[in-house]
Design a binder for this molecule. Structure first.
Ligand SMILES: [Zn+2]
Length: 387
């Protein structure tokens, strides 16, 4: 992408402005926040044997060279998560990092099929994550919710079984998503799953157009009726689709450092983020699996600043993220007021009327973290790749 260099901030001023810029994180896999320090602590706590005993040795494994080596490490470390306390600690560790990056709201993916396949009770997993969210709200002032992600390269029947398993506590879930290996698993396979989720009152998002073609984005819109598209990089290949995303005000949750690490683009400057933004698409910036992909959300904003993107555009992206949350309109307006305060301080005179607004938001959801129940589920499913 070509980025205007309009920055008149010094690097220090820019870093401070970005750190305090109120933003939402809308594309974050909680399992992808497992840092090596915590993984070793959990392995020790739970008696899980890992092939690496020192932090230095384990940290070297994060320097993976391709998707498969990432997935191998990812699943190996996921097996250290065994108890509600582990999931609570994972969530709190993420929220602490996010708070330092100015995140005010986080709508967070988790992969229930994989945890069930690891022999864990889904209610226990959710209880731990929700407790982490509750403590994060209390201690850090960050609001959040859980998005249940369907692993698309597992059987569709296992996705339906997960919906069965959470049907007694659907108020604990904000929405449904679709992740993992994209090519060969088009959104059309999941039309029934998403239709049922809509009937359950869940918001709908899906990974589309990361490695898959623009047509997968169209399918996600037409067949899954998603309210946000996760990644959406290849939407840029279809000018009519870009116009549609802009006119229908569909947010994209883009993840620059992830795309570079997994070679969706060779170089960040090749990512069509700016052209999509300038075409009026509601682009947001997020971290995906930050422990593995070289940075949290603040690092993703900083990477764009380092390419020369001006603070006005970065601020617009942050404002987009607040507008793209599934918060009710009052809560959203509160966050937008925080943004306005920031804007008056850091870029006085800049106005952000932009495409979409708090007033034109979609249906609201008050689903937030709660304690939930604890009934077991006996589903038996098998996991494969993700992201
Ligand atoms: Zn993702």
């Amino acid at each position: 992408m070509t980025i205007r260099n309009e920055g008149d901030q010094s690097p220090t001023e820019m870093a401070k402005a970005l750190r305090t810029l109120p933003k939402a994180e809308l594309h974050l896999h909680i399992e992808g926040t497992l840092e090596p320090e915590l993984a070793l602590e959990l392995a020790d706590r739970n008696g899980v044997r890992l092939p690496w005993t020192s932090l230095k040795e384990l940290r070297r494994q994060y320097d993976f060279s391709n998707l498969q080596s990432f997935l191998d490490l990812y699943y190996r470390l996921m097996s250290t998560l065994r108890t509600a306390r582990d999931f609570r600690d994972l969530m709190l560790a993420y929220l602490s990092r996010a708070a330092a990056d100015g995140v005010r709201r986080a709508e967070i993916f988790f992969d229930p099929q994989v945890h069930v396949n690891n022999g864990l009770d889904l209610d226990m997993v959710m209880d731990g994550l929700l407790e982490g969210l509750r403590l994060g709200r209390e201690r850090l002032g960050i609001g959040g919710g859980l998005i249940l992600c369907i692993v698309r390269d597992m059987p569709v029947s296992s996705a339906q079984a997960i919906l069965d398993a959470v049907s007694h506590r659907k108020d604990d879930i904000l929405g449904i998503g679709l992740d993992s290996a994209e090519v060969g698993y088009p959104p059309s396979l999941f039309a029934d799953v998403f239709s049922r989720s809509a009937d359950m009152g869940l918001h709908r998002v899906a990974h589309a157009g990361e490695e898959g073609p623009a047509d997968y984005v169209t399918q996600a819109l037409d067949l899954l009726h998603v309210e946000r598209v996760d990644h959406g990089v290849h939407a840029a290949d279809d000018p009519a689709l870009v116009r549609r995303l802009a006119s229908e005000d569909v947010p994209l949750t883009m993840c620059p450092l992830s795309n570079r690490r997994l070679q969706v683009v060779h170089d960040l400057k090749d990512l069509p983020l700016l052209s999509l933004l300038d075409a009026g698409v509601k682009v947001t910036v997020n971290s995906d699996d930050p422990a593995y992909f070289g940075g949290y959300i603040g690092d993703n904003y900083q990477a764009l600043a380092d390419l020369g993107m001006g603070l006005d555009r970065l601020a617009l992206i942050a404002r987009n993220s607040l507008e793209a949350t599934f918060l009710d309109e009052d809560a959203k307006a509160g966050l937008l007021r925080e943004f306005d305060d920031w804007s008056r301080r850091f870029i006085p005179g800049e106005s952000f009327g932009g495409a979409g607004s708090a007033e034109s938001g979609k249906e609201e959801s008050g689903k937030e973290e709660s304690d939930g129940g604890s009934s077991p589920n006996g589903a038996d499913r098998k996991g494969t790749a993700r992201d």
